[in-house]
Design a protein around this ligand. Sequence first.
Ligand code: NAP
Length: 496
Amino acid sequence: MSALTVAVIGSGPAGLYTAEALIKQGAAIDPPVEIHVDVIDRLPTPYGLVRYGVAPDHKSIKSIAEYLRGVLEHDGVRFVGAVHLGDEVTRDDLLSCYDAVVYATGAMRDRRLGIGGEDLPGSYAATDFVNWYCGHPDVDPDRFMLDAESVAVIGVGNVAVDVARILIREPSELRDTDVSQPVLEALMTSKVREVHMIGRRGPAQAKFTTKELRELGELEGVEVVVGSGEADLSAFDESGESERLAADNRLVRGNYKVISDWAARSGTGAGAGRRLTVRFWLSPVEIQGESRVEGLTVERTRLDASGRLVGTGQHETVPVQMVLRSVGYQSVPLPGVPFDDRSHTVPNADGRVLDSSGQPLPGEYVAGWLKRGPTGVIGTNKSDAAQTVRALLADLAGGPGPDDAPLPRAGLLRLPGAGAGAGAGAGAGADTSSDVAWSAPFNELLAARGVKPVGYDDWLKIETAEKELASSLGRGARVKLASRADIHAACGLIKP
Ligand code: NAP
């Protein structure tokens, strides 16, 4: 029996949990189905947001990469790096080379605020700053100079907590992390002494999780202050929603305990050196400045009796020289793949991609943030991927026999070995070190276009270079290579 071949687009948590679910669920169904997975990524490095989104000082979350490594090293899985859907290959290419395609490209773009001054020098998307300190090859290692003394972080989610912590914590504590050397040096010479983290609603509506929030209060040499009166659950809320949430919701209760403890201690940390001020009920109105950021004007908000967030007309300008907009991520459309411009997700039913009439498209699936929006922690992607794979295998189980054609309904997959259009069981592949027979049609297509993918062995060379760099610098277990050119040199990738 030949195997079902699946292309998973994106090697972040969503993509790799999908690959794992394909292998495991395929083996568990009756009769078992052997599945071969190509995990295709535009970058030469795997692990997506685990590598380029999780903060360097969150080592336990970063260790998820060790688990995901096991997926990449499975016999049924191949890493195909440095191949970009929309650039080197198209959706039609993928559909013609594989039995099924699962899109798992996450959410890479920042959301905009739509206020004046957003594009002033000194105003950045938090996603940019995160990419910078995580050493993402798309971001110049010299992008952030950190010559501001006071920074506003807009938003009160976990990304805001991450960027506030990296900005305000003692930088020498990052020496043993994998943060690249130019980023460490920029942080070491940072002039930042105060960070204002600003929520447009109250402590009960904030999106951060308690563990991440609590960590801010444990930073050496950092005083945490809460805006005067802003920890009071009823002061700016006529609807009673905040009190209700604090009573009924465990997460809110946990967050509120941390915030009210900070509020009780506010003003007692004189001499701490650096300060984090957490503000609530303030909506950004305008980023001020002539040629660069000089302040952030915010309007006091409240919830009216019906629970609607309204402005009070009362304004204040926080003097800051840098603004980080941390108001959520958005997915970007993939060329040729259906996309909902309002939700910024691929329309789907349990992971089956739907066309404009709501019908499932044969052989196309979606997983992760691209499927459900940018919510949840990394582990959320495991159950999400499992749901998508269940749908994929259900389509297979109910699908046609080898000689049945055409497919009786959209969304069904051909059984392995059914022939036409499938990459299953194809012959000898192209001449690449990471070549495997099941990917022959895709290998041939890439070779014909002069595209040489980065395989898993090539990625291991990048890992080795990172370990050698750490050792030469006397820093930790590994240090990220500083630039795209360094990464390409380490894995032998020749690309503009
Ligand atoms: P998020 O949790 O959705 O938080 C976005 C924040 O931006 C909210 O406070 C939101 O306020 C605010 N916001 C949105 N539009 C705004 C506007 N126009 N003006 C002012 N504020 C605005 O997004 P995120 O922080 O980017 O996190 C994304 C996901 O990654 C989350 O699921 C998060 O938990 C996860 N993550 C987890 C970790 C971790 O586990 N350590 C680390 C980083 C990220 P409203 O609620 O009022 O809209």
